[in-house]
Design a protein around this ligand. Structure first.
Ligand SMILES: Nc1ncnc2c1ncn2[C@@H]1O[C@H](COP(=O)(O)OP(=O)(O)OP(=O)(O)O)[C@@H](O)[C@H]1O
Ligand SMILES: [Mg+2]
Length: 495
């Protein structure tokens, strides 16, 4: 059978970092080929060679049987490659129809537009991906998962034959993941080749036909999915045995740290929220994407104005909350969109990981660089941070490693209340277990933790109690002993 894609012995380095060394990968029509590896293993770099964003230092790339020596993004697109990332790349101010037309229709921009044909084509493509979306909608008004489906629709419209998905499900709910999988299976049946990158093993075993494992830029194995199992995959990824599930540590629950009373915020779309979190408690926030979980986190950190209700920390009301005041009062937040808010991409790692504890490691406004470096080094080690050096800018790290830096910043502090929004999204198995362990340690020290997670096993496994949010308010608060996936789903959908 003719291969859709074949990379042989490709290497790529960035200055001193060997991102890929002698790696190989191929793709047949009608298969889902998963690409797995720890954070920084080289997955995204391999993808960027295929899409023409980067050129290899050595090795060969063939697309559809043609040897491509000077790949560029437009060349690769012409050859039928389409890539979809975690963050949709659409034009937010244009409608769905316009987004589906851009780049697909031949001819000049100012030619006469056949609106009817455009509309019909958009409707047909949306139907193919199972998206129930009005084509006239402006894209910025759509949810992230909806935008992602539009990107896939656009890829189909451009008659892509190779579809690359780099961690596409990170912020999708279970139901949205199901729809995406259905679409992927249809495309496989239609003969497309699909490259699928994910840190979630359930997905890989549910979807993939073959899997290639990258470790430190090298391909360590390529297997049929029925030749392996999750434990085997992890061993190949990390090169050692590893326990993936970290059992929840039971710690004594203390006094209330945070009390939220009838909180409403028009800007954040929150209304009448009441709950409390105690010292040592991990309080989960479950709910659908868009139910208001991140907005609640942001409001507690002073990023949304509160219209009515009260926020009390250790019994003292926090008024006119701002992020500055929140930090002073002892509240920490690791936001969801870490690429935008969680790290300062151009600053070195050691500075980033100590930003939040400046008062602790500085006296009279002077920073002790040694302490900063020492702290960063110990955290980097525990989270298995893969970076050329601690003084490297964060922007040069892989996606997952950037997330580790954002987390390290707050794990380094001992806030009274720590809010973690999707703390392990995009993070590899080994580091994930370490983050869960760290959360347990912080809780044992009496930190109150709020954890937002879209991953059912994580929210069920880690929380002492959890709130299910729906339409900007709390639909139910469940105790660990009574919480189940069915009950959470029932409250999340309002059934
Ligand atoms: N532009 C760059 N400059 C310097 N180093 C880079 C650059 N891009 C990637 N790297 C390095 O190359 C290595 C591989 O990164 P890559 O993004 O391919 O990892 P990944 O497997 O996609 O990881 P993740 O699961 O975290 O997304 C990392 O060590 C990273 O720091
Ligand atoms: Mg990546």
């Amino acid at each position: 059978m003719k291969m859709l894609l074949s990379l042989k012995s490709v290497s790529k380095s960035f200055a001193a970092v060997q991102a890929l060394s002698d790696a190989s990968f191929d793709l047949c029509p009608g298969e889902v080929h998963a690409l797995v590896g720890e954070n920084g293993a080289g997955k995204s770099t391999l993808i960027r060679l295929i899409t023409g964003a980067l050129r290899p230092d050595s090795g060969t790339l063939e697309i559809d049987g043609q040897l491509i020596s000077d790949n560029t993004p437009s060349r690769s697109r012409e050859l039928g490659v389409a890539a979809i990332y975690q963050q949709p790349a659409l034009f937010p101010d244009l409608s769905v129809i316009e987004n589906l037309a851009l780049g697909l229709e031949p001819g000049r921009l100012w030619r006469r537009v056949d609106w009817r044909a455009r509309r019909e084509r958009a409707a047909r493509l949306l139907h193919l991906v199972g998206a129930d979306i009005d084509p006239e909608m402006i894209v910025s008004r759509l949810s992230m998962p909806q935008q992602q489906l539009i990107e896939i629709a656009r890829a189909l419209g451009s008659s892509a034959r190779i579809l690359i998905l780099d961690e596409p499900t990170a912020s999708l709910s279970d139901r949205e993941v199901e729809n995406l999988f259905r679409v992927i299976r249809d495309l496989r049946k239609a003969g497309l080749g699909i490259v699928y990158i994910s840190h979630r093993f359930e997905e890989i075993f549910a979807l993939a036909d073959r899997v290639t494992i990258l470790r430190d830029g090298q391909t360590v194995a390529q297997l049929g999915i029925d030749q392996t199992n999750p434990t085997g995959l992890i061993e190949l990824m990390v090169g050692r045995e590893l326990s993936t599930v970290f059992p929840k540590r039971r710690v004594p629950i203390g006094e209330p740290v945070l009390r939220v009373e009838h909180l409403s915020s028009r800007e954040a779309g929150l209304h009448n929220i009441t709950f409390e979190v105690r010292a040592g408690e991990i309080f989960g926030l479950a709910g659908l994407v868009g139910s208001g979980r991140s907005e609640l986190a942001r409001a507690l950190f002073g990023l949304h104005p509160v219209d009515s209700g009260r926020i009390l920390l250790h019994g003292r009301e926090l008024v006119d909350l701002s992020p500055q005041r929140a930090i002073e009062a002892g509240i920490g937040l690791v936001p969801e969109d870490r690429r935008r808010h969680g790290v300062i991409a151009d600053l070195p790692i050691d500075v980033n990981s100590s930003l939040a504890i400046l008062p602790q490691i500085s006296t009279a406004g002077l920073l002790h660089p040694d302490e900063e470096r020492c702290l960063a080094a110990s955290l980097a080690d525990r989270l298995r941070l893969k970076a050329p050096a601690l003084f490297a800018p964060v922007s040069s790290l892989s996606g997952g490693n950037q997330q580790k830096v954002a987390l390290a910043r707050w794990l380094a502090t001992r806030p009274a209340l720590l809010i973690l929004d999707e703390p392990t999204q995009g993070i590899d198995v080994g580091a994930k277990a370490e983050i869960h362990r760290q959360m347990g340690e912080l809780a044992a020290e009496g930190v109150a933790i709020i954890m937002i997670s879209s991953e059912m096993p994580e929210v069920l496994g880690m929380s002492d109690r959890l709130a299910v949010m729906r339409h900007g308010t709390i639909a139910a608060i469940l105790d660990r002993s009574e919480a189940s996936p069915e009950l959470i789903a029932a409250h999340a959908f309002g059934a």
